[in-house]
Design a protein around this ligand. Structure first.
Ligand SMILES: [Zn+2]
Length: 85
């Protein structure tokens, strides 16, 4: 089935976003009063949790591409390979 969501956390109808994970507390994001709690974290509402996970994924992609370029040669001396593993 085609999905417009790239990741399950972005889909409000994913079982991981079901109300059974709601903690009864509001989301910790300032100004957001949506119910907190997903299978991924008890602290954020579905929207802010997805936003947070996508941001982390973007950072990991940048690190990954930096390491790939480093292995190509240009950055070799500046890179700590253990950190990129
Ligand atoms: Zn929120």
């Amino acid at each position: 089935m085609e999905s417009r969501w790239q990741n399950d956390c972005e889909n409000p109808n994913d079982p991981g976003n079901s109300p059974r994970y709601h903690t009864g507390e509001p989301c910790i994001e300032a100004g957001c009063n949506l119910p907190a709690g997903t299978v991924w974290s008890p602290l954020w509402c579905q929207f802010h949790n997805a936003e947070r996970l996508m941001r982390i994924e973007g950072q990991l992609r940048r690190i990954q591409s930096f390491c790939a370029r480093a292995e190509g040669g240009n950055y070799k001396e500046e890179v700590n390979y253990e950190r990129c593993a």
